[in-house]
Design a protein around this ligand. Structure first.
Ligand code: SAM
Length: 266
């Protein structure tokens, strides 16, 4: 179809993929299976949408795309009206209730970098429906997500994502694969919900609060950062050094801390 697109919009994080080899590798990483509901966040001009919708259609499905930019959403609505095997949701992905799509869900996308962390937290709410996420993010963000305790990049994002998902780094994508050319290197990452949930009894709200508090005061020892919430002796009794810092603590240590908190605090 012949149609002129508006100029790329910075506020929507629009850097469009133009390297077909990278697109093919992303489609291979997504590996859609018959019966899965595949949702692409931010189809943009369709670099990924076109080949992915073909694969999904060959399996008897229909790709759903979620696009915030009204002009681009209108383009995809037009394409769908003309018979393209696509459902269009013209909306902010942060507002989408992904539970409404049933299961198993595969959510994919070359995400707008300015909202990648809020989007990750939003997707995590639908972990029960999700089979996997295959996302292109800033390389630095993927490193934070995949980081192990003790490394410089290990932090709140690592703990919150690893509490829910098994993280597999797929491959890096250089700036030249996009137009306009971004300043940063990107990476594709696969996130698969841990099943069964290793911590089904965990108070998620408290977990989030404790992780935020512990990393909000990175240079403090654990005992100092969590003062008023839990005392050193209790921390020690859990097999955790109260003088340790948050960035050295694995996910299961945070879980043990949260489970040991007195019922009334936090
Ligand atoms: N998938 C295309 C590609 O790889 O060429 C476009 C990727 S571009 C980095 C990000 C896309 O997400 C744009 O189409 C942008 O308009 C859209 N977008 C930005 N914020 C969004 C949001 N909150 N919800 C849904 N789509 C969004």
């Amino acid at each position: 179809m012949n149609r002129s697109f508006p100029a790329p919009r910075k506020r929507f994080g629009q850097n469009f993929l133009r390297d077909r080899n990278v697109v093919a590798r992303i489609v291979a990483a997504i590996a859609p299976q018959p019966g899965e509901t595949v949702i692409e966040i931010g189809p943009g001009r369709g670099a990924l949408t076109e080949p992915l919708s073909r694969v999904v259609a060959e399996q008897g499905g229909r790709l759903t795309v979620v696009e915030l930019d009204r002009d681009l959403a209108a383009y995809w609505q037009e394409r769908a009206a003309q018979g393209a095997p696509i459902n269009v949701v013209a909306s902010d992905a942060l507002q989408v209730d992904f539970a409404a799509f049933g299961a198993p869900l595969v959510i994919v996308g070359n995400l707008p970098y300015n909202v990648s962390s809020p989007l990750l937290f939003h997707f995590a709410r639908f972990h029960e429906q999700i089979a996997r996420l295959v996302l292109m993010l800033q390389k630095e963000v993927v490193e934070r997500i995949a980081a192990q305790p003790g490394s410089k990049t290990y932090g709140r994002l690592s703990v919150m994502v690893q509490r829910r998902f098994r993280v597999t780094k797929c491959f890096d994508v250089p700036p030249g694969a996009f137009w306009p050319v971004p300043k940063v290197v990107s990476s594709v990452v696969k996130l698969e919900p841990l099943r069964p949930d290793p911590y089904p009894q965990l108070d998620e709200k408290r977990f989030e609060t404790v992780v935020r508090t512990a990393f909000g005061q990175r240079r403090k020892t654990l005992a100092n950062a969590l003062k008023g919430e839990i005392d050193s002796e209790t921390i020690r009794a859990l097999g955790i050094d109260p003088n340790a810092r948050a960035e050295t603590l694995p996910v299961d240590a945070f879980v043990r801390l949260v489970c040991a908190l007195p019922r009334t605090s936090a």
